[in-house]
Design a protein around this ligand. Structure first.
Ligand code: ADP
Length: 221
Protein backbone atom coordinates (compact mmCIF):
# COMPACT_ATOMS: atom_id res chain seq x y z
CA UNK A 1 0.00 0.00 0.00
CA UNK A 2 1.22 3.47 -0.77
CA UNK A 3 1.09 6.49 1.48
CA UNK A 4 -2.43 7.77 0.90
CA UNK A 5 -1.86 11.38 1.86
CA UNK A 6 1.07 11.59 -0.54
CA UNK A 7 1.26 12.74 -4.10
CA UNK A 8 0.01 10.50 -6.86
CA UNK A 9 2.33 9.91 -9.79
CA UNK A 10 1.83 8.49 -13.25
CA UNK A 11 4.79 7.51 -15.40
CA UNK A 12 4.30 7.08 -19.13
CA UNK A 13 6.89 4.97 -20.97
CA UNK A 14 8.76 2.23 -19.14
CA UNK A 15 12.11 2.39 -20.91
CA UNK A 16 15.32 2.66 -18.91
CA UNK A 17 14.55 6.14 -17.64
CA UNK A 18 10.82 5.82 -16.97
CA UNK A 19 11.17 2.47 -15.24
CA UNK A 20 13.88 3.86 -12.98
CA UNK A 21 11.65 6.81 -11.98
CA UNK A 22 8.66 4.50 -11.41
CA UNK A 23 10.64 2.01 -9.31
CA UNK A 24 12.28 4.72 -7.21
CA UNK A 25 8.93 6.34 -6.39
CA UNK A 26 7.40 2.98 -5.65
CA UNK A 27 10.26 2.05 -3.31
CA UNK A 28 9.81 5.39 -1.56
CA UNK A 29 6.24 4.32 -0.76
CA UNK A 30 4.30 6.31 -3.33
CA UNK A 31 1.40 5.04 -5.38
CA UNK A 32 2.53 4.92 -8.96
CA UNK A 33 0.56 4.29 -12.10
CA UNK A 34 2.94 3.06 -14.79
CA UNK A 35 1.77 3.12 -18.39
CA UNK A 36 3.29 1.62 -21.50
CA UNK A 37 1.94 0.62 -24.89
CA UNK A 38 4.08 -2.49 -24.96
CA UNK A 39 2.53 -5.59 -23.39
CA UNK A 40 5.88 -7.18 -22.53
CA UNK A 41 7.06 -4.12 -20.62
CA UNK A 42 3.74 -3.98 -18.79
CA UNK A 43 4.07 -7.64 -17.78
CA UNK A 44 7.60 -7.10 -16.59
CA UNK A 45 6.55 -4.33 -14.19
CA UNK A 46 3.30 -5.78 -12.93
CA UNK A 47 4.90 -7.06 -9.70
CA UNK A 48 7.04 -4.00 -9.08
CA UNK A 49 4.76 -0.95 -8.93
CA UNK A 50 1.21 -0.40 -7.64
CA UNK A 51 -0.59 -0.23 -10.96
CA UNK A 52 0.66 -0.98 -14.43
CA UNK A 53 -1.54 -0.64 -17.48
CA UNK A 54 -1.13 -1.05 -21.16
CA UNK A 55 -2.29 2.01 -23.10
CA UNK A 56 -1.30 4.15 -26.04
CA UNK A 57 -1.13 7.62 -24.51
CA UNK A 58 -1.39 9.36 -27.87
CA UNK A 59 -5.03 8.31 -27.80
CA UNK A 60 -7.06 10.90 -25.91
CA UNK A 61 -9.89 8.53 -24.99
CA UNK A 62 -7.46 6.00 -23.46
CA UNK A 63 -5.77 8.72 -21.44
CA UNK A 64 -9.07 10.01 -20.09
CA UNK A 65 -10.23 6.49 -19.28
CA UNK A 66 -7.18 6.13 -17.02
CA UNK A 67 -8.34 9.10 -14.96
CA UNK A 68 -5.03 10.77 -15.66
CA UNK A 69 -6.42 14.12 -14.55
CA UNK A 70 -6.46 12.98 -10.94
CA UNK A 71 -2.69 12.57 -10.76
CA UNK A 72 -0.64 15.37 -9.24
CA UNK A 73 2.36 14.76 -11.46
CA UNK A 74 2.64 12.91 -14.75
CA UNK A 75 6.06 12.07 -16.17
CA UNK A 76 6.31 11.62 -19.94
CA UNK A 77 9.27 9.27 -20.29
CA UNK A 78 8.67 8.14 -23.86
CA UNK A 79 12.14 8.26 -25.37
CA UNK A 80 12.73 7.41 -28.97
CA UNK A 81 9.35 8.29 -30.41
CA UNK A 82 9.45 12.09 -30.25
CA UNK A 83 6.07 12.43 -31.92
CA UNK A 84 4.39 10.21 -29.31
CA UNK A 85 6.22 12.10 -26.55
CA UNK A 86 5.05 15.51 -27.81
CA UNK A 87 1.50 14.41 -28.55
CA UNK A 88 1.14 12.80 -25.12
CA UNK A 89 2.40 15.99 -23.44
CA UNK A 90 -0.05 18.08 -25.44
CA UNK A 91 -2.98 15.86 -24.50
CA UNK A 92 -2.01 15.87 -20.81
CA UNK A 93 -1.90 19.65 -20.91
CA UNK A 94 -5.32 19.86 -22.57
CA UNK A 95 -6.81 17.43 -20.06
CA UNK A 96 -5.53 19.70 -17.30
CA UNK A 97 -2.90 17.62 -15.50
CA UNK A 98 -1.50 20.00 -12.86
CA UNK A 99 2.19 19.14 -13.19
CA UNK A 100 3.77 17.64 -16.31
CA UNK A 101 7.40 16.56 -16.44
CA UNK A 102 8.61 15.60 -19.91
CA UNK A 103 11.83 14.02 -21.07
CA UNK A 104 13.50 15.64 -24.08
CA UNK A 105 15.98 14.04 -26.44
CA UNK A 106 17.56 17.30 -27.56
CA UNK A 107 17.32 21.09 -27.22
CA UNK A 108 14.80 21.55 -30.02
CA UNK A 109 12.56 18.85 -28.65
CA UNK A 110 12.87 20.50 -25.23
CA UNK A 111 11.83 23.88 -26.61
CA UNK A 112 8.81 22.30 -28.19
CA UNK A 113 7.80 20.71 -24.90
CA UNK A 114 8.15 24.04 -23.11
CA UNK A 115 5.98 25.77 -25.72
CA UNK A 116 3.31 23.12 -25.32
CA UNK A 117 3.29 23.83 -21.61
CA UNK A 118 5.34 21.11 -19.92
CA UNK A 119 6.06 22.40 -16.40
CA UNK A 120 9.48 20.82 -16.34
CA UNK A 121 11.62 19.54 -19.20
CA UNK A 122 14.41 17.15 -18.37
CA UNK A 123 17.41 15.99 -20.37
CA UNK A 124 18.56 12.87 -18.51
CA UNK A 125 21.38 11.86 -20.84
CA UNK A 126 22.83 15.37 -21.16
CA UNK A 127 22.59 16.08 -17.42
CA UNK A 128 24.01 12.74 -16.38
CA UNK A 129 26.86 13.18 -18.87
CA UNK A 130 27.63 16.56 -17.34
CA UNK A 131 27.55 15.21 -13.80
CA UNK A 132 29.82 12.31 -14.65
CA UNK A 133 32.24 14.61 -16.49
CA UNK A 134 32.58 16.85 -13.43
CA UNK A 135 33.22 13.91 -11.14
CA UNK A 136 35.88 12.64 -13.58
CA UNK A 137 37.69 15.96 -13.72
CA UNK A 138 37.93 16.23 -9.95
CA UNK A 139 37.92 13.42 -7.41
CA UNK A 140 36.43 15.89 -4.91
CA UNK A 141 33.20 16.43 -6.84
CA UNK A 142 30.43 14.18 -5.60
CA UNK A 143 27.54 15.70 -7.50
CA UNK A 144 26.91 18.53 -9.90
CA UNK A 145 23.65 20.17 -10.88
CA UNK A 146 23.32 22.94 -13.44
CA UNK A 147 20.90 25.57 -12.12
CA UNK A 148 21.10 27.80 -15.20
CA UNK A 149 23.55 28.03 -18.11
CA UNK A 150 26.09 29.87 -15.93
CA UNK A 151 25.16 28.87 -12.40
CA UNK A 152 25.64 25.52 -10.75
CA UNK A 153 25.24 23.72 -7.45
CA UNK A 154 28.00 21.32 -6.50
CA UNK A 155 28.57 18.85 -3.75
CA UNK A 156 32.28 18.78 -3.18
CA UNK A 157 34.50 16.99 -0.63
CA UNK A 158 36.43 19.60 1.36
CA UNK A 159 39.76 20.04 -0.45
CA UNK A 160 42.94 19.47 1.61
CA UNK A 161 43.96 23.07 1.00
CA UNK A 162 41.01 24.35 3.06
CA UNK A 163 41.12 22.02 6.05
CA UNK A 164 41.27 23.72 9.44
CA UNK A 165 40.29 27.09 8.03
CA UNK A 166 37.04 28.84 8.87
CA UNK A 167 34.72 29.81 6.03
CA UNK A 168 35.70 33.44 6.65
CA UNK A 169 39.38 32.54 6.25
CA UNK A 170 38.75 30.36 3.22
CA UNK A 171 37.08 33.43 1.71
CA UNK A 172 35.56 31.45 -1.16
CA UNK A 173 33.04 34.14 -2.02
CA UNK A 174 35.71 36.73 -2.78
CA UNK A 175 38.20 34.27 -4.27
CA UNK A 176 35.90 32.25 -6.50
CA UNK A 177 32.46 33.85 -6.30
CA UNK A 178 30.93 30.76 -4.71
CA UNK A 179 28.71 30.52 -1.64
CA UNK A 180 28.82 27.61 0.77
CA UNK A 181 25.13 27.00 1.49
CA UNK A 182 25.56 23.92 3.67
CA UNK A 183 28.16 21.60 5.13
CA UNK A 184 27.50 17.89 5.58
CA UNK A 185 29.47 16.39 8.45
CA UNK A 186 28.61 12.73 8.90
CA UNK A 187 24.92 12.62 9.76
CA UNK A 188 24.86 16.32 10.60
CA UNK A 189 23.95 19.04 8.12
CA UNK A 190 25.03 22.55 9.04
CA UNK A 191 22.81 25.02 7.25
CA UNK A 192 23.53 27.81 6.84
CA UNK A 193 27.10 27.55 8.12
CA UNK A 194 28.42 30.54 10.05
CA UNK A 195 31.55 32.37 8.81
CA UNK A 196 33.33 31.02 11.90
CA UNK A 197 32.60 27.39 10.97
CA UNK A 198 35.87 25.50 10.46
CA UNK A 199 36.23 23.14 7.53
CA UNK A 200 36.99 19.61 8.75
CA UNK A 201 38.48 16.62 7.02
CA UNK A 202 35.71 14.55 5.37
CA UNK A 203 33.31 17.52 5.33
CA UNK A 204 31.15 17.78 2.27
CA UNK A 205 30.45 21.32 1.14
CA UNK A 206 27.39 22.23 -0.86
CA UNK A 207 28.17 25.32 -2.86
CA UNK A 208 26.41 27.52 -5.37
CA UNK A 209 28.30 29.70 -7.78
CA UNK A 210 29.13 30.63 -11.32
CA UNK A 211 30.44 27.79 -13.47
CA UNK A 212 33.87 29.46 -13.59
CA UNK A 213 34.08 29.87 -9.83
CA UNK A 214 32.82 26.39 -9.13
CA UNK A 215 35.37 24.97 -11.55
CA UNK A 216 38.21 26.73 -9.76
CA UNK A 217 37.01 25.28 -6.46
CA UNK A 218 36.79 21.83 -8.05
CA UNK A 219 40.40 22.14 -9.15
CA UNK A 220 41.68 22.81 -5.61
CA UNK A 221 43.56 19.82 -4.26
P1 ADP B 1 14.63 5.03 -22.75
O1 ADP B 1 15.56 5.76 -23.66
O2 ADP B 1 14.39 5.74 -21.44
O3 ADP B 1 15.00 3.58 -22.52
P2 ADP B 1 12.65 4.18 -24.67
O4 ADP B 1 12.36 5.07 -25.82
O5 ADP B 1 13.48 2.98 -24.92
O6 ADP B 1 13.21 5.07 -23.48
O7 ADP B 1 11.30 3.67 -24.00
C1 ADP B 1 10.16 4.38 -24.01
C2 ADP B 1 8.97 3.50 -23.62
O8 ADP B 1 7.80 4.24 -24.02
C3 ADP B 1 8.90 2.15 -24.33
O9 ADP B 1 8.71 1.12 -23.38
C4 ADP B 1 7.67 2.28 -25.26
O10 ADP B 1 6.94 1.07 -25.35
C5 ADP B 1 6.85 3.35 -24.56
N1 ADP B 1 6.01 4.08 -25.50
C6 ADP B 1 6.34 4.54 -26.74
N2 ADP B 1 5.28 5.13 -27.31
C7 ADP B 1 4.26 5.05 -26.42
C8 ADP B 1 2.89 5.49 -26.43
N3 ADP B 1 2.37 6.12 -27.47
N4 ADP B 1 2.13 5.23 -25.34
C9 ADP B 1 2.65 4.61 -24.26
N5 ADP B 1 3.91 4.17 -24.19
C10 ADP B 1 4.72 4.39 -25.25
Amino acid sequence: MGKKDKKQFAIIGLGRFGSSVALSLSKAGYDVLAIDSDEERVQKFSDEVTHVVRADTTDEASLKALGIRNFDTVVVAIGEDIQANVLTTLLLKEIGVPHIVAKARNELHGKMLEKIGADRVIYPERDMGMRVAHSLVSANVLDYIELSPNLSLVEVAAPQALLGRSLAEANLRARYGVNVVAIKRGEQIIVPPLPSEKINDKDIMIVVGTNDGVQKLEELE
